[in-house]
Design a protein around this ligand. Structure first.
Ligand SMILES: [Zn+2]
Length: 865
């Protein structure tokens, strides 16, 4: 050693540095690969571009490893970059295992956890955003990747690479980034350069791709949740672009209220990181960060937030956006009046003063915020890891001391496959579920063997409590007589209520003997379906949603289906409307029952009184001005194999609908959106306009001819107005301080439980009411009230409802006779976000009512007031 010269030391030093942080001289710049710098005016890189660039740097840099996280809805391969120092990448499995053990907490004590925290790396999730029209995120991901892999001798980045493992997702919605980029490129330089995308940028759910965090209905949500559970990042940071103007970026702390099921350490870190990001931006010449405006932490279903219930510090920021990559100049006189004095605030310390706002500015702010998070994760690596262990440890200990000690999901349910679906949803979220091998006695009753048991002394069970308990949205007012502060999203979502699954919270500690009789489910196995008895006719209960999927499969196989008119014995007991299947061989039936987890009762011959049904031909209105609820509806109908046909404006306006369709669905949208669509001149001509008067006449004619029109939530108002139905919305024009309910679970009562349009539903279903209408019939009404809010009782089951008296006794669901057809009006969202499984049958039955199963309703006399 002593023989080495200074120069040799320098060379060795460089070799060591290269070994430590990777050889990256050759990492290509984004512009050398893409022809543009990320954030250049009028340029957007697509997801395919980003993936191409990520592959290039993975070939040349030993700081990057690409992993495939699955396929997207449209079949794209989804790759993300794992970026860290080469020696960390060489030991990824070890660091993942440390993170997993700390996140789980069990089997560790404070000393062993401390040692692991010292040894581990802070795994950090960063991404290019999930709302594809919020375009800067994806460009930022490319820019950040280059910065991290190309830096040489930069102490900040060296510390980041040494202490953290960055999971960099080019985007959380690859399909959408490709689609938006193509749309912008097509219109660039034309008068439609900044025109809105006439499609949902996630195939089914568009912007609601951030409302699927715990339900994981979409492939993209599943990929994110699965990957987070595999890697256990301590921080999950997601990019958005809807800053409250004129602020340049919204950063946590959020506004009130916050869930009490979040571990305090996670909530504290979230605030701390938020303040740190803002300081980092100010320190790097990027003013205009604001905190505590607009966004609350109440709904747990945000894909970039759900992880906080698994003790990962999950949050988002909202950077300012003009439109796509087109720049915009702002002057102070465009600011809201109370912002023009550019006054500093406690949570807005460096007001933005206006000027140019370019895509590159948004990219810089996002990249700065990402760097701040990484810098902090590197500095506080050990504390972050140890705190995550503490959160898991505390959660396990808490539910050993206090109820609920467990939740039970018994197997005797109205709809067993849906109860199983709830179990599957929990397991997808990393929740351990057991099965009772013996009778489980609790709460003064005995639950039979086979009951699903969720023990709460597990690390992520705060999420179960969050999803299973009743929500009590706090009434917060700015002043004693002011109107209540409204939630940013919904206020109640209790999942067992939405899915119509019975669960029980266990209020006494689970004994060692009880535990010994439980079996941990290693993987989800759906209940076995099959046939009871023998015969070539099969009887299914109308209570299971899956029965409708089975029916569609029977039709596909050439079999026959009918509904029993009277009461009939089914595997779920005696009921009206039992489903009778015939004309199909036993092997095929077995396959269908296995696929749907249904049990059928075989009989030698069909029951005497049945009404044969055909597969309904379903049309679904699909506006160019995209309706998120349409996508959800399409997805659900596809899941149940109804094969809905998308109807564009022209398809409806062309008329003659009755010869092609039995039922047409209008998903939740405003009358204006359905009637007018995109305004003329705002989008290229073929996408402008809505149904207009021609479309309205065609729909009227369709129903007059015997068709069935089904309208969800606000689309009911369109149907009432444009068909001239004798129905009134009692909430029309009512001010928010006189009635408010933005997404709560309400109880309704069926008015005639024997009516075929409500077959299979419980007597008092729980519906998702989200700023919808409530109905009263007017002079000349002919039809039926299917469900109404209870007259003498507050219908609120979970969430928040201001002035329930406004809707008590009013109709929630109506069947309106119109010519030879009928219109179904639902003043709620019967398939909300693919969560309200308990009310799907309102839709499925309405589709079958198009075949005239029930007699026209009576003329309902309107009470004189
Ligand atoms: Zn967003």
């Amino acid at each position: 050693m002593r023989a080495f010269t200074g120069q040799a030391f320098l060379i060795i030093g460089m070799i060591l540095l290269t070994a430590a942080f990777g050889s990256s001289q050759t990492a290509p710049t984004p512009e050398s690969v893409l022809g543009h710098k990320p954030g250049d005016d009028f340029y957007l890189a697509s997801y395919d571009d980003a993936r191409g660039y990520f592959r290039k740097i993975a070939e040349t840099s030993n700081r990057v490893k690409l992993i495939n996280v699955g396929k997207t809805t449209r079949g794209t391969d989804w790759e993300i970059a794992i970026i860290s120092a080469p020696e960390n990448l060489a030991n990824l499995d070890q660091y993942k295992e440390i993170s997993r053990r700390l996140a789980d907490g069990r089997g560790l004590n404070d000393q062993t956890a401390r040692a692991l925290a010292r040894e581990g790396k802070a795994i950090v999730h960063l991404d290019g955003g999930l709302h594809s029209t919020e375009v800067a995120g994806g460009q930022q991901a490319i820019s950040l990747a280059y910065r991290l892999v190309s830096s040489q001798g930069n102490a900040e980045i060296d510390a980041i690479l040494k202490n953290t493992i960055v999971m960099l997702w080019p985007t959380l919605n690859p399909d959408g980034q490709n689609e938006v980029t193509n749309w912008y490129r097509k219109n660039l330089g034309t008068r439609f350069e900044v025109s809105p995308l006439p499609d949902l940028y996630q195939e089914y759910v568009g912007h609601d791709n951030n409302r699927d965090g715990y339900m994981n209905n979409m492939l993209e949500s599943q990929a994110v949740t699965r990957t987070e559970l595999e890697w256990n990042p301590v921080i999950f940071y997601c990019q958005h672009q809807t800053a409250p103007f004129p602020a340049r970026i919204f950063i946590p702390p959020f506004v009130e209220p916050i869930s009490s099921n979040i571990h305090p350490l996670m909530a504290r870190w979230l605030n701390f990181i938020g303040a740190d990001i803002a300081a980092y931006l100010d320190a790097h010449g990027m003013p205009g960060a604001v905190h505590r405006v607009g966004y609350d932490n109440w709904y747990p279903g945000f894909l970039d937030f759900t992880h906080i219930f698994r003790n990962s510090i999950a949050f988002f920021t909202e950077t300012a956006l003009y439109r796509y990559a087109t720049p915009r100049f702002y002057t102070v006189d465009e600011f809201p009046a109370d912002q023009r004095d550019l006054r500093s605030g406690v949570f807005y310390s460096s007001p933005w003063k206006g000027g140019w706002w370019r895509l590159r500015d948004a990219v810089d702010y996002m990249e700065g915020a990402s760097m701040a998070v990484l810098d902090m994760a590197a500095k506080y690596r050990e504390e972050l890891l140890f705190n995550r262990y503490q959160a898991a440890r505390d959660n396990v200990e808490r539910f050993r001391r206090e109820p609920p000690y467990a939740y039970l999901i018994p197997r005797d349910q109205r709809d067993v496959p849906e109860a199983a679906t709830l179990v599957q949803k929990l397991m997808t979220n990393g929740i351990e579920v057991h099965e009772a091998m013996k009778v489980f006695a609790a709460n003064g009753r005995e639950y039979p063997a086979g009951t699903w048991v969720i023990l709460m002394d597990q690390p992520f069970s705060a999420l179960v409590k969050e999803l299973f308990e009743t929500q009590h949205y706090p009434e917060i007012r700015e002043s004693p007589n002011g109107s209540p502060i409204k939630p940013y999203d919904v206020s109640g979502w209790t999942l067992p209520m939405q899915m119509d699954v019975q669960t029980a919270a266990i209020l006494q500690p689970v004994t060692p003997a009880q535990r010994a009789a439980l079996r941990l489910l290693e993987k989800f196995t759906p209940p076995a379906g099959g046939v009871e008895g023998s015969g070539s006719v099969y009887i299914l209960s109308h209570q299971a949603n899956a029965a409708f999927k089975a029916m569609n499969q029977v039709f596909m196989a050439g079999g026959q289906v009918s509904f029993a008119s009277g009461e009939l014995e089914t595997p779920d007991g005696r009921q009206t409307g039992a489903i009778v299947i015939s004309g199909i061989d036993a092997a095929r039936v077995s396959r269908i029952l296995r696929d749907t987890s249904l049990v059928a009762k075989a009989a030698a011959a069909p029951p005497p009184k049945v009404a044969a049904v055909k597969k309904p031909r379903v049309g679904l209105y699909r506006a160019w001005n995209p309706i998120i609820d349409e996508g959800w509806t399409r997805w659900i109908l596809e899941q149940y194999e109804f094969a809905p046909v998308s109807l564009r404006n022209g398809d409806i306006q062309a008329g003659n609908l009755r010869s092609h369709f039995d039922a047409i669905i209008l998903s939740d949208a405003s009358s204006q959106q359905i009637r007018d669509g995109f305004g003329p001149g705002t989008v290229p001509g073929e996408f402008a306009g809505g149904l207009g008067s021609t479309g309205a006449s065609a729909l009227r004619e369709f129903v007059m001819d015997g068709g069935t029109l089904i309208a969800f939530n606000d689309a009911s108002l369109y149907a009432i107005q444009d068909l001239g139905l004798p129905v009134k919305n009692v909430l029309g024009g009512v001010k928010p301080e006189d009635f408010y309910c933005s997404g709560s679970l309400l109880r309704v009562e069926l008015q005639d439980t024997t009516h075929s349009a409500v077959a299979g539903l419980p007597h008092d279903p729980i519906v998702m009411f989200e700023r919808g209408p409530a109905f009263e019939t007017t002079e000349g009404f002919r039809g039926r009230i299917l469900a109404a809010y209870p007259k003498n009782q507050n219908p609120l089951m979970s969430g928040y409802l201001l002035h329930p008296d406004r809707i008590q006794g009013k109709a929630a669901a109506l069947e309106v006779q119109y010519g030879n057809g009928r219109v179904y009006l639902f003043g709620f969202r019967p398939q909300w976000r693919g969560q309200s499984h308990g009310t799907y049958k309102f839709i499925f039955n309405a589709l079958y009512e198009s075949q005239g199963l029930s007699k026209p309703g009576p003329v309902i006399p309107v009470p004189k007031s």
